[in-house]
Design a protein around this ligand. Structure first.
Ligand code: MD3
Ligand code: FE
Length: 211
């Protein structure tokens, strides 16, 4: 099943949005080992929204900048607010993978400085939002899905636009650029399950040029 999807190769989802099924499959065990090392230094934590709600998804970061949320708002910060230390460095393997994926999608010189690590457990969800904290929306976002599958919601440029549902499986990579960069998107509550490499978890890595 997964192999059949992989055989499809790059799939255009929309303007500037390219799905690369299974692009990270071979690197997945090494990527998950890197996530272990990152979260040993900068533990996963459930951040507070500016409105004071605890997010269900647990997050950490690697790279020069990390995405953080608290009562003061959303922003990128060079320091982990929980420790006061810089975020762990971006693993070279992750950087190379993201650059290769961006190149496949037509973005030749992607230089990410931030990688958000999202951990989902069954029931965890991400409500519909836009990613607007980065300096330049002309640059793409590369996302890597690992572990349990999820249903990604992919809407339009207005919150009210009815989202499409896109299943994302272990090893899938998506490049979001061009006109798709500012679409509303989210993730449905994660279904129960077990994956050989992650158990009852989904890990999503999003790489961005934030600064
Ligand atoms: C489309 N993460 O971290 S990845 C996020 O699965 C986020 O954890 C989701 O949305 C996750 O902000 C979705 C796919 C994704 C990421 C960023 C996008 C799709 C996007 C930005 C613009 C458009
Ligand atoms: Fe997002």
């Amino acid at each position: 099943m997964t192999q059949a999807l992989f055989d499809l190769g790059p799939t255009m989802l929309g303007p500037g949005a390219v799905l690369l099924p299974g692009f990270a499959l071979d690197d997945a065990p090494a990527l998950l080992a890197e996530v272990e090392a990152i979260t040993a230094q900068a533990p996963l934590r459930q951040m507070l929204t500016p409105g004071g709600q605890t997010m269900s998804v647990a997050m950490s970061n690697c790279g020069a900048l990390g995405w953080v949320s608290d009562r003061r708002g959303y922003r990128y910060d060079p320091l982990d607010p929980d420790s006061g230390r810089p975020w762990p460095a971006m693993p070279p393997l992750l950087l190379r993978l993201a650059q290769a994926a961006a190149r496949e999608a037509g973005f030749a010189d992607f230089q990410p400085d931030a990688c958000l690590v999202n951990r989902y457990r069954p029931g965890d969800r991400l409500s519909l939002h836009q990613d607007r904290n980065e300096r330049d929306f002309g640059r793409p976002i590369v996302s890597v899905s690992l572990g349990l599958p999820a249903v990604f919601l992919w809407g339009g440029l207005r919150r009210a636009d009815r989202p499409r549902r896109l299943p994302l499986a272990h090893g899938d990579v998506v490049v979001w650029g061009g006109p798709s960069r500012l679409v509303y998107h989210g993730v449905l509550p994660l279904a129960e399950g077990s994956h050989p490499l992650t158990g009852a978890e989904r890990i999503n890595l999003t790489l961005r040029r934030a600064g």
